[in-house]
Design a binder for this molecule. Structure first.
Ligand code: TXA
Ligand code: MG
Length: 319
């Protein structure tokens, strides 16, 4: 495995070639870092599952370079999905659509649907375009963390999470800290109305406005690993909206003072900062070997809702 911090055009070309040759390439996106493989190469995709320790049957998001690639991977695309794609791509949104023959069982978890996203990060876009020049059609990439752990928002977090499991020929591209910091909004577009499977930076209000439809909030049976009860979890126990005691970690908006004797892990000034720094703060708590991290959740709708979704799962521990 090689970590590359200066992602020049030469490096991007090398990374695209590595993908084409069946290696894994971890790369930055605006949401979190992804662990990429050629989405049409069964062996390369199977390595994603073994590196992450992810149970097979959990579908992967296929990253594409532009909206023009959409109908290579999907069929029967409803009008409202096209409206969402043209409004929010490139960007932090994944659309679930009926799959074409290109999307094989090994990438969709044997579902008849495929998840697609055009990321908005210069390195990710450059990599996708270069991959296309080599006849690549899409990069399958889950977040570059061990299954059920905290998603990485920096290159060093990727290396810490999965570095040991990467092999000769695999690459990790450094693109500084992910600007958004939580994973994309996932929207199932296989019904008459959009269904939000995972909230994110693109809010329910924005989805309804752009699609000109009301979201269907009735429960969906589709399998999304982020729906498992315990997910996005650090080693420390995450406790929500509780009083922080001496020696415990503490994450809250900057306007909330630090209680005496607690270890402040983040002081975001806005909900956007909260999202960007949350996973970094949880990792910092683990680095400091804290047993418990108290998080005072942001209130309100929009991004705050997506943050609370992740925190609810991060705070679920079986033991
Ligand atoms: O922001 C993101 O979406 C990041 C970056 C790297 O793009 N990726 C990401 O991937 O979060 P992952 O695998 O960690 O989470 C993707 C979620 C999973 O929970 C998966 O089950 C769901 O998307 N998903 C993917 N394809 C699906 C499909 N065909 N049907 C339903 N859910 C799907
Ligand atoms: Mg993930």
């Amino acid at each position: 495995m090689e970590i590359i911090s200066n992602c020049t055009q030469d490096v991007i070309e090398r990374a695209a070639k590595a993908l084409k040759d069946g290696h894994l390439v971890a790369f930055p996106t605006e949401t979190v870092y992804g662990l990429g493989a050629d989405a049409t190469n069964e062996h390369a995709v199977s390595r994603i599952y073994s590196v992450k320790g992810r149970p097979t049957g959990h579908p992967l998001i296929v990253h594409i370079s532009s909206i023009n690639q959409l109908d290579k991977w999907a069929i029967d695309i409803p009008e409202y999905a096209k409206k969402l794609a043209s409004k929010f791509w490139p960007g932090p949104m994944t659309l679930i659509l009926k799959r074409s023959d290109l999307a094989k069982n090994f990438v969709t978890g044997s579902q008849e649907k495929v998840g697609l996203r055009v990321p908005n990060h210069p390195i990710a876009i450059a990599l996708l375009r270069e991959f296309e020049k080599l006849e690549g059609v899409g990069i399958a990439a889950p977040s570059a963390n061990k299954f059920s752990a905290v998603s990485p928002t920096t290159c060093s977090a990727v290396v810490e999470e999965i570095g040991e499991c990467l092999e000769n020929g695999d690459l990790v591209l450094d693109g500084l800290q992910s600007e958004i910091g939580i994973e994309s909004t996932i929207i199932d577009c296989t019904n008459l109305r959009p269904v939000v499977l995972r909230p994110g930076f693109i809010t329910n209000e924005q989805v309804e406005f752009a699609s000109e439809l009301n979201i269907d909030f009735s429960a969906s049976k589709i399998k999304v690993s982020g729906i498992l009860e315990s997910h996005y979890s650090p080693k420390a126990k995450v406790v929500l909206d509780s009083i922080a005691m001496h020696g415990e970690g503490f994450v809250a908006m900057a306007s909330i003072p630090t209680p005496k004797g607690v270890v402040r892990l983040a002081s975001p000034a806005t909900v956007e900062d909260f999202a960007r720094d949350l996973y970094k703060a949880l990792r910092l708590g683990d680095e400091k070997k804290l047993d418990k991290i108290i998080v005072l959740q942001p209130t309100g709708i929009g991004m705050a809702l997506a943050i609370r979704d992740r925190l609810l799962k991060a705070s679920h521990k079986e033991s």
